[in-house]
Design a protein around this ligand. Structure first.
Ligand code: 13P
Ligand code: SF4
Length: 311
């Protein structure tokens, strides 16, 4: 809210000069969401990246999201405000470890499904990608005659197994933000708002998910809150989501899900992006996302399969 009008104008001017599109995830700070051309979840952002005819994509999110945009647009310049905006899920599954695991278990002939929160190197080893918005659909589409390996989020994987009835072997990764919500912390806030509905992201633990009235991706939370029959809604995900929800469902009282330590929970990676850094990346056309063409081409196939299957 304290950003100068000059900085906003500079961003809009540079965007025009560069013929750029600004894509932002639902967890970005409010000012970035407000200046973006599109705000959404990982799936919506992947579709927008695929569709754009701009020369430059300024991706305000975390690295794997910008990387996905680059995989789909090898000839475009993809810049991100902070190249160190990582993700604990991505870090929990290094490509060389997955490769070694698949080699050791070659006789299983796994059908590998990767949650989009992973590196291009991991995507290149997989059969299909999914996001929290289409994971149930993608798993339902998996061949019946092969065992499934789901990487890297064990919590999302457990939820999808319940939803689909398909058994899967789960890589033991997790999101450091969503595992901070506990049964105690959510029960406490429910006591304060006994009539509230609870919506939670599937990266939460099973114990927290069981307390939720709805489990869904960040984008689906928008519709859920808009259409909810009550005023009070407890939103168990990263706190940036509240800005988007307040804009889209202004008549609702949206309450951030607390952890045992805090009233709400930020992703430090998502919050590395600032308006200054967004200006700088449009001005300098750096930092950019780059990767070897061989990895890119191998990572593109499972993403395209996902986009095709989740239409
Ligand atoms: P969504 O695709 O639901 O926006 O989730 C992305 C993410 O990083 C959740 O932590
Ligand atoms: Fe990764 Fe979790 Fe941050 Fe999402 S909230 S980007 S899963 S660390």
């Amino acid at each position: 809210a304290t950003t100068s009008i000059d900085l906003k104008e500079e961003i809009l001017r540079l965007k025009k000069e560069r013929n750029a599109v600004i894509l932002a995830h639902n967890y970005q700070v409010g000012e970035i969401q407000d200046i973006a051309d599109y705000v959404g979840d990982s799936l919506g952002l992947a579709y927008k990246a695929q569709e754009t005819d701009c020369d430059v994509i300024a991706f305000c999110g975390v690295h794997f999201m910008a990387e996905t945009a680059k995989i789909l647009n090898p000839d475009k310049t993809v810049v991100l405000p902070d190249k160190d905006a990582g993700c604990s899920l991505e870090q929990s599954c290094p490509a060389d470890q997955l490769e070694a695991f698949l080699k050791e278990n070659a006789e299983k002939n796994y059908y590998v499904i990767a949650y989009i929160n992973c590196s291009a190197g991991v995507k290149a080893l997989c059969d299909v990608i999914c996001t929290s918005g289409n994971a149930v659909k993608i798993v339902n589409n998996a061949p019946e005659d092969r065992p499934i390996l789901f990487v890297p989020d064990a919590n999302l994987g457990a939820w999808v197994m319940e939803q689909t009835g398909r058994k899967m072997d789960l890589w033991q990764g997790s999101c450091y933000v969503h595992v901070e919500f506990t049964r105690d912390s959510i029960n406490k806030i429910k006591e304060e708002y006994p009539d509230a509905l609870v919506v939670a992201h599937p990266e939460c633990t099973t114990a927290v998910r069981l307390l939720a009235d709805e489990v869904c991706s960040t984008e689906k939370m928008v519709d859920y809150c808009k259409n909810a029959p009550v005023k009070n809604i407890i939103v168990v995900t990263e706190s940036g989501m509240l800005h988007r929800l307040q804009k889209e469902a202004p008549d609702k009282n949206l309450i951030a899900g607390p952890t045992d330590k805090c009233a709400c929970n930020d992703c430090r990676y998502m919050k590395m992006n600032t308006m200054e850094k967004l200006r700088n990346c449009l001005r300098d056309l750096a930092p950019t996302v780059e990767m070897p063409e061989k990895v890119r081409a191998r990572a593109e196939a499972p993403i395209l399969r996902m986009l095709e299957q989740s239409k």
